[in-house]
Design a protein around this ligand. Structure first.
Ligand code: ATP
Ligand code: PRP
Ligand code: NIO
Length: 445
């Protein structure tokens, strides 16, 4: 789980769809591959490639957990191999950023979270798609106007220190800004927040009156607990009790939590670097595993990857993931991974047990079982209607509501159960022992 969080927020499906819809090799791609020495038969295959796989995926904004399939590809092995890297790249990055945003939002609560990361993101593409993921996971708006335009995210921001420096003093800088903008948040820490920045902002707000919408001030340095309380006092004393205090400067969930505990008077949080770069965990480790392959006679043979690390032994077969919740209040019981044709949703009772420590178990009754893997492409044809980004964001919030607080806390959350059905667990054990026997009997010399 990223950041040792209790859950991850799945994001990236929209870009995966876009990638798969446009999957093809151009003439220049083929020419280049020829220089690498690939045979003409293979180059012909690529030139005529048509995507024919069936893709099932959890939906963006859904919560996902370790050890469960989140995107499933069924089709010719060569196509699965070709798309593996791109799909992992998209899912790993976007899910990571959505999850980081979820963590930050969880300590911020109802205050607005502004995504400010474009200058620090790992290049432009990451700024754009990272912003979208951050919005799904918890950001309320972004300063990246291109991402705002592309995805319909609210655009929001203040102004730079360079503006004030170019005028040489706060008052003239704010005045120039007020003459050209209706909504004004003044950045007050360029020279001296309490002696110059805030007094100049108040003076401009008074002089411009109704001509501007004085929304507040931003602080970007110093002891933000101490300064924000002083700034609040100055604004209140001047009668601007509704003006908000924005804060930015290397914030993340732990500094924000600390500032909240110090009762900092901050209303709006601008978070850049540590959100968009997933600063404390730069990569998520979602992987691609082969779980079943067609034999010569058309029959499917399930495959397994064994490891001395029990966590790394794959679960064979074509599967479905069911989210089990209590019927009475929708609260989470855990995820239940089954063969794709099992129907726990039709059962009165299911037996859920830890796949490694099987003595940890429970019988669950009066539950709802929701399948998480939805068909996106059917034999290459897109059959999924993409929800709007607002719907995805709302969906993510709803999902978080269903999760017990014990799985949601930022520090040392309880591990969320991801269990296998009895049939699937038996099958896995059988395959492990078959592979062991096969390996012990093979003669290699
Ligand atoms: N009261 C506070 N409690 C905990 N952390 C704080 C508090 N006030 C500020 N911080 C954090 O401490 C760090 C201070 O960083 P830094 O020393 O770079 O800032 P600065 O010197 O005030 O400003 P600048 O970035 O302009 O150099 C930031 O991550 C900031 O978010
Ligand atoms: O600290 P972050 O979480 O990354 O948030 C974004 C930062 O980016 C800006 O600083 P920058 O030094 O780029 O420019 P500025 O002088 O215009 O503020 C802004 O003032 C924030 O400090
Ligand atoms: O105040 C802003 O709008 C801002 C600051 C830094 C990065 N992005 C936006």
């Amino acid at each position: 789980m990223p950041f040792q969080n209790g859950y991850a927020i799945f994001a990236g499906l929209e870009r995966i769809i876009d990638y798969l819809k446009n999957l093809k090799f151009t003439g220049s791609d083929i020419d280049y591959l020829r220089t690498l020495g690939y045979p003409e038969t293979f180059l012909d295959y690529l030139a005529n490639l048509e995507f024919t796989c069936t893709v099932r995926s959890v939906r963006e904004g859904d919560l996902v957990f370790a050890k469960e399939p989140i995107v499933q590809i069924e089709g010719p092995l060569a196509q699965c191999q070709l798309i593996e890297t791109a799909l992992l790249n998209i899912v790993n990055f976007q899910t990571l950023i959505a999850t980081k945003a979820g963590r930050i939002k969880s300590v911020i609560g109802d205050d607005p979270l502004l995504e400010f990361g474009s200058r620090r993101a790992q290049e432009l593409d990451a700024a754009i798609w990272g912003t979208r993921a951050a919005y799904i996971g918890g950001a309320d708006a972004t300063s990246n106007v291109r991402a705002a335009k592309m995805f319909g995210i609210p655009a929001s921001g203040t102004h730079a220190h360079a503006l004030i420096q170019s005028y040489g003093n706060d008052y003239d800088g704010f005045k120039a800004y007020a003459l050209t903008h209706r909504d004004c948040v003044f950045l007050v820490d360029t020279y001296d927040t309490l002696r110059s920045g805030v007094p100049a902002a108040i003076k401009i707000a008074r002089e411009f009156g109704e001509k501007i919408n004085f929304q507040g001030v931003r602080i970007d340095s110093g002891d933000m607990a101490y300064i924000s309380k002083k700034v609040r006092q100055q604004l209140d004393d001047a009668g601007f009790t509704e003006a908000k205090i924005y804060a930015s400067n290397d914030l993340d969930e732990s500094t924000i939590l600390s500032l909240k505990m110090q009762k900092a008077k901050i209303d709006v949080w601008g978070v850049g670097t540590k959100l968009i770069t997933a600063y404390d965990q730069p990569a998520l480790g979602a992987v691609y595993k082969l779980v079943s392959i067609e034999g010569d006679k058309g029959e499917m043979r399930d495959t397994i990857k064994i490891s001395s690390n029990a966590e790394k032994v794959t679960t064979p077969g074509k599967k479905q993931v069911w989210r089990i919740t209590r019927a009475s209040d929708g609260k989470s019981e855990g995820d239940y991974v089954t063969f794709s044709d099992e129907r726990p949703d039709l059962a009165d009772e299911i037996y859920m047990f830890h796949p490694l420590y099987t003595y940890i178990n429970k019988n669950v009754r009066d539950f709802n079982a929701k399948p998480l893997l939805t068909t996106i492409f059917n034999h290459g044809e897109l059959v999924y209607d993409l929800p709007s980004l607002a719907e995805i964001k709302a969906f993510s919030k709803e999902n978080l509501f269903e999760l017990w607080d014990e799985y949601k806390r930022d520090l040392n959350p309880q591990p969320y159960p991801v269990d296998l059905s009895q049939e699937l667990w038996n099958h896995k054990m059988r395959l492990i022992s078959q592979v062991r026997t096969r390996i012990s009997q093979q003669k290699l010399d």
